[in-house]
Design a protein around this ligand. Structure first.
Ligand SMILES: [Fe+2]
Ligand SMILES: [Fe+2]
Length: 196
């Protein structure tokens, strides 16, 4: 498999893992007797906001999508849609943050609203990643030349970004923090305390 494709799919898997965990914890938080540890929600939201925004989407927009348009301008409607979804995703994260803030201030009120916002975002982002993998990648494989792939591979490996390694390590640390804070079955953290 081409390096860029492997990296892109790996990055999707990382985002998916956090989304799965977030959905599960939002579901557990429906029990009004169990006060959630809000730090884990904040860390998860930071991850699904910043990882795509700072690491993943720029590589798609600037390299993979741009090169595909150069080789196959007929793909413009699909590329436009996916780029618009990157912007829509950033807006949806703000809604999610508002829902979390409300939950933190009004707990146990706000738990259902937060869960709904999480499910809406997860659905939206999974549809987006699926469209990239099932619709865009086959077109890229068809239209990009070997030289194009070399350029896209370099970009995805972070070779054009002087602080890519640093950024990557930041996210690995954040991921480890999430796993450390999240209670089972999501992570290895302390269980949330049940009040009588
Ligand atoms: Fe994307
Ligand atoms: Fe993506």
């Amino acid at each position: 498999m081409k390096n860029a494709l492997r990296i892109l799919k790996d990055e999707h898997r990382s985002i998916s893992a956090v989304l799965h965990g977030l959905k599960e914890l939002a579901r557990i938080a429906q029990d009004a007797k169990v006060k959630p540890d809000f730090r884990v929600f904040r860390a998860m939201l930071r991850y699904i906001d910043e990882y795509p925004e700072r690491l993943h989407h720029p590589k798609e927009d600037r390299y993979l999508f741009a090169k595909l348009l150069e080789r196959a301008p007929q793909c413009l409607p699909l590329v436009r849609r996916l780029v618009a979804e990157h912007e829509e995703g950033a807006r949806k994260i703000r809604e999610l943050e508002r829902a979390l803030l409300f939950l933190e201030e009004s707990w146990p009120a706000g738990a259902a609203g937060f869960r709904d916002a999480v499910e809406d975002y997860a659905r939206f982002h999974w549809d987006h990643m699926r469209a990239e993998e099932n619709e865009l990648l086959p077109l890229a494989e068809r239209h990009l030349t070997a030289q194009d792939w070399k350029w896209v591979d370099d970009a995805f490996a972070g070779n054009f970004d002087p602080i890519a390694d640093l950024r990557e390590r930041d996210f690995e640390r954040l991921f480890t923090r999430i796993v450390g804070l999240a209670p089972a079955p999501v992570g290895l953290g302390e269980p949330w305390e049940k009040s009588a």
